[in-house]
Design a protein around this ligand. Structure first.
Ligand code: 6GU
Length: 230
């Protein structure tokens, strides 16, 4: 899968892409991440990429031309038709379902903005879907892009080793994951539940399912509501 990121701060991506599952997926060609600096497409001596908002108000707005020129260049650099995503707190909320649909694409283009936001005409001209990673405001789209790259890469066949399968992950069946324990059997007076030491796989399976449902009820009742609607 080819993933392009348009950003003013490509250097921010260096270390998150260089560890563990993402690093391995890049190493074996499962994903190719290409970073493009929007400022390289800015014109004039000052390489301006942002300007004051019409109508006044605080902050600066990302200009149409440098960003859209960068996008045209990036699109032309690879033959596959991309799904184009504009990262903004005003977007549709990213979740497991959206991650799965992104993972099915041959090519993604993620556009990370800074400042108060994008000139509204960028959204139309780029034919981009607007995506947010949650109900809070980040200083830019870069961290959101990294979150999406990580979540999507994990879902690609072959990205996870046998030891870290995605099948049991939280959200894979609409529930939060069950509790985990490892050695020692007793820590600080807290014992590992007997059933996990029993060797009875059917009972263990049953216990884990119950725990997953209970935990979801307690922490994320909205997930169970959604399940009933489906
Ligand atoms: Cl995609 N961008 C910014 N700037 N803030 C966010 C976000 C995105 N998603 C949640 N907050």
């Amino acid at each position: 899968m080819r993933i392009d990121v348009l950003t003013l701060f490509p250097d921010m991506f260096a270390s998150p892409l260089d560890y563990s599952i993402i690093a391995r997926a890049r190493g074996n060609g499962l994903i190719e991440v290409v970073l493009s600096n929007i400022r390289d497409f800015a014109k004039g001596r000052h390489k301006k990429v942002d300007d004051k908002p019409y109508g006044g108000g605080a902050g600066m707005v990302m200009m149409c031309e440098p960003l859209l020129d960068c996008l045209e260049n990036v699109k032309a650099s690879h033959p596959a038709k991309p799904r184009i995503v504009l990262l903004t707190p005003q977007g549709k909320k990213f979740d497991h379902e959206m991650a799965k649909s992104f993972a099915a694409e041959e090519r993604l283009i993620l556009i990370a903005g800074r400042y108060e936001g994008f000139d509204e005409r960028i959204k139309i001209a780029a034919e981009a879907e607007q995506v947010s990673i949650g109900d809070y405001v980040l200083s830019g789209g870069e961290l959101a892009a990294m979150v999406i790259i990580d979540a999507v890469t994990r879902l690609l066949p072959g990205a996870l080793g046998d030891d870290d399968s995605a099948e049991n992950d939280s959200f894979s069946d609409g529930l939060l994951e069950y509790p985990h324990y490892t050695r020692p059997e007793e820590f600080g007076g807290m014992k590992v539940p007997d059933v996990l030491l029993s060797g009875n796989h059917a009972e263990i399976e049953k216990w884990r399912k119950q725990q997953a449902i209970e935990r979801t009820k307690k922490n994320r009742p909205d997930l169970l509501d959604n399940k009933n609607e489906k």
